[in-house]
Write a protein that binds this ligand. Structure first.
Ligand code: CA
Length: 376
């Protein structure tokens, strides 16, 4: 089936309450959705991670390579786009834009074949996934020691078995907050840390050593993503497993991470690292290197559905009677159109989320909502 049209939708919405993390803050949410139509009128949907208007411009530049191409040939299309733009596009916006196109093509393929993506990829290995709550962003006012402790108690009340805490502000204050959160959620719940690369290596090592007794699941983005030597230092000089990868791209980027043994837990974003095609390859590479894979997930229900399709086919590492299962990152921070873009929202039940079982990504998009949040 030939591609006849590629459309992008740039969605934005103001937040009721701005929120911040180690190096920035935001007053709004934005997303670039990709809609690809084939002859006969069938459409597939994808999403690009990162600045929405810039992603839309890059997808528009792909146009002549997409129109008229066979929509089923997504690997051929992936390679064509990457090879044409590779010289200036090995990381960042070119690859996030390819990701949205690739996810839309997988959605189309599933709809054409009448099967969910995870079946076409050879799964499922699992039909539901345990979610952890992402939140604990900084507010414009109030004491984080109070409002973040309240927030994580809420996640435990909702049934989440694990929560991720934002740090990367100040080692001593972060360590105090980690202890307060651990005390609030109790010793049986999972607690992970995310510094959003707010530390240098020495600070990250000091933080990891300071909270070594707090049973931390992982220490995410301790340092800037381009500095793998510092990643390795943090791995070697403090005891918490190091996670990262939401700012890394493609099989070649992750090959470098894997061969240098820089990260314990890989976190590629399906809407950023190259889409479903590329992230399946990266996941298989990670398994071959004995490295865990927990996808980074951010954005709307379309990106969430893509992540769930991938989670359904992630290999068991190591294989055993009751294998370790991958976790779903479930963003709980304010997002006016995360679920609104879907006709049926993807929600958790007691901290578990079902993998969508319908054709393609398994979702139906609400066009009225998309129009409502689309910026001119
Ligand atoms: Ca993160």
């Amino acid at each position: 089936m030939r591609i006849v049209d590629v459309r992008t939708h740039v969605l934005e919405a103001e937040l009721d309450e701005p929120f911040g993390w180690s190096f920035d803050s935001t007053t709004k949410r934005g997303s670039c959705l990709v809609e690809i139509e084939v002859e006969g009128g069938l459409v597939g949907w994808g999403e690009c991670f990162g600045p929405a208007r810039l992603n839309a411009a890059v997808v528009a530049a792909f146009g002549k390579h997409l129109i008229g191409a066979d929509a089923m040939a997504h690997d051929a299309i992936w390679l064509t786009l990457y090879n044409r733009f590779r010289d200036q596009g090995q990381k960042g916006l070119v690859v996030t834009a390819i990701s949205g196109v690739d996810i839309a093509l997988w959605d189309l393929k599933g709809k054409i074949l009448g099967r969910p993506v995870h079946q076409i990829m050879g799964g499922p290995l699992r039909s539901r996934v345990q979610a952890y709550a992402t939140g604990t962003y900084r507010r414009g006012s109030g004491d984080p020691m109070e409002y973040i402790v309240d927030e994580v108690r809420g996640y435990v009340d909702q049934g989440f078995e694990a929560v991720k805490l934002k740090i990367g502000f100040n080692v001593a204050e972060d360590a105090a907050l980690i202890r307060a959160v651990r005390a609030a959620i109790g010793k049986d719940k999972g607690l992970m840390l995310d510094a959003n690369h707010g530390y240098d290596a020495l600070e990250a090592i000091a933080l990891g050593q300071a909270v070594a007794d707090q049973d931390i699941g992982w220490f995410e983005e301790p340092v800037v993503p381009d500095d793998l030597a510092s990643y390795r230092e943090v791995r070697q000089r403090q005891p918490i497993p190091v996670a990262g990868g939401e700012c890394e791209f493609t099989r070649w980027g992750f090959l470098n991470v894997l061969t240098t043994r820089s990260i314990d837990i890989l976190q590629p974003d399906t809407c950023a690292a190259g889409g479903l095609s590329e992230c399946k390859k990266i996941a298989d590479m990670a398994a071959a290197f004995g490295v865990r894979y927990v996808p980074h997930v951010w954005g709307t229900g379309i990106g969430l559905a893509a992540a769930l399709q991938l989670l359904a086919v992630l290999p068991h590492t190591p294989p055993r009677h009751t294998p370790r299962e991958p976790l779903l990152e479930f963003d709980r921070s304010e997002h006016p159109f995360r679920q609104a873009v879907l006709a049926s929202p993807i929600e958790h039940k007691n901290g578990w989320v079902d993998v969508p079982a319908g054709p393609g990504l398994g979702i139906e998009v609400d066009r009225t909502a998309i129009q409502r949040f689309t910026v001119a």
